[in-house]
Design a protein around this ligand. Structure first.
Ligand code: ADP
Length: 395
């Protein structure tokens, strides 16, 4: 025992304590051999696994299973040197099973400790990430509100200047028009930042009104037609049964959600491509699809594009326009669209064979909306009660 403790523990104090432990271990091994029950060593292995006594030992022996292996190897060595060959063999035969059991137990405890350490670390990292996400969200909200005030001033002065400055033959002064366009884009970005923080904090409130999806999609087509013409894109909005069905939803927010999806379809489809808006009715739902012949989205990116700030293009390719080919934006369009659709009780997802700028496999965005035939506000429901179709009810 002295030899074993001498080889394994350095320093008189450490060795003395270790010798006591070792004595206990050998006693328990003896009991285990005598009774044929190796679980006698359990309490000691448990203590060793939970008290970091190994850290007092030499470098390289910090793991409990390594320590037990060393104890058994040294014990056998001492037995070989001090006992007759037969006695040494008898001892070896008797204790091997107990040592093997002890090793298994030690490894088991170590694995458990490691798993609990890793899961603690993961929880810690998760908490940090959540805190970071909250700070980011708060920063966006504060920054957006701070930007709003000077932006409103610039907007006001620009429009006053537009009123004052004489118009050129081609319309407004091109420089003033440039400022006006820049300010409008800035306003869109600030509004998107505010919307994303509202969605993040579950504060998006909807103003439910009766509407026809065909009406919203028609208005959108009129707004985006000129951009499509300029880029030789065909924008087709096909009539579908659900489009003519009166449903209750927030028209402004839905317009915004569809606009985000459609402007993406325009942005990520090369000139000369095609965008088709179609739909169908499903039990209790209306599905709208926006299909394009654009660059497509890889399977791994499909999983993240609805998360905020997930734009996938390189920052250097960013265009200031919302509908120019390829340049990514701030990555807020789809998270806002998803927030709006989900606030209505619907879902949005994408289907695409992958990303390929040459072959252009295209993407199909699916938007599933509940065919809500009643307003959440009973007064509105009553007002439009006669017009409300009875075919579908919200599930
Ligand atoms: P962005 O402001 O970058 O357009 P979005 O949230 O609207 O942000 O879209 C996130 C990302 O999803 C885009 O950067 C783009 O890479 C990808 N994406 C969205 N719509 C399409 C589409 N129709 N075709 C190809 N890629 C798309």
């Amino acid at each position: 025992m002295h030899r074993v403790s001498h080889d394994l523990a350095r320093g008189a104090g450490v060795r003395e304590n270790f010798e006591e432990q070792l004595e206990r271990f050998y006693d328990l091994v003896e009991q285990a051999v005598v009774t044929g029950d190796p679980s006698w060593v359990d309490p000691l292995i448990f203590d060793w696994a939970n008290v970091p006594t190994q850290s007092d030992l030499e470098e390289g022996q910090h793991s409990l299973s390594a320590l037990i292996s060393k104890i058994s190897a040294l014990t056998f060595e001492v037995a070989r040197e001090t006992l007759s060959a037969k006695d040494a063999l008898d001892l070896l035969t008797a204790v091997t099973a107990v040592y093997t059991y002890s090793l298994e137990k030690a490894s088991h405890h170590e694995a458990e400790k490691r798993v609990s350490y890793i899961s603690n670390e993961l929880t810690h990292i998760q908490q940090k990430l959540e805190q970071l996400d909250r700070s980011k969200s708060n920063f966006i909200a504060v920054a957006a509100h701070e930007l709003k005030t000077p932006l409103t001033l610039i907007e006001g002065y620009t429009s006053m200047m537009r009123d004052l400055v004489t118009q050129t033959e081609n319309g407004f002064d091109p420089m003033l028009q440039g400022v006006h366009n820049g300010v409008r884009r800035l306003r869109e970005i600030v509004d998107d930042m505010i919307d994303v923080s509202l969605i993040d904090n579950s504060m998006l409130s909807l103003n439910f009104q009766p509407l026809w999806l065909s009406h919203i999609l028609g208005l959108l087509k009129s707004e985006l037609q000129a951009t499509c013409d300029a880029r030789q894109l065909t924008l087709e909005s096909r009539p579908f049964p659900g489009g003519e069905q009166l449903i209750f939803a927030d028209p402004e927010r839905l317009y915004q959600a569809f606009r985000n999806v459609l402007t993406n379809a325009i942005k990520y489809t090369p000139d000369g491509g095609e965008i088709i808006v179609d739909g169908r009715t499903l039990p209790g739902f209306i599905e709208v699809t926006v299909e394009d012949t654009g660059i497509g989205i890889s399977a791994e990116d499909q999983a993240v594009i609805f998360e905020k700030f997930s734009q996938l293009g390189q920052a250097s390719l960013h265009s200031s326009g919302k509908t120019k080919f390829k340049g990514g934006g701030p990555g807020l369009g789809l998270p806002i669209a998803r927030g709006i659709i989900e606030a209505h009780g619907g879902t949005i997802w994408v289907e695409s064979e992958g990303y390929d700028e040459k072959k252009c496999p295209g993407s199909i965005f699916h938007i599933l909306l509940p065919a809500r035939s009643e307003a959440s506000d009973p007064k509105i429901a009553k007002l439009f009660g006669d017009e409300t179709p009875t075919t579908t009810t919200e599930s």
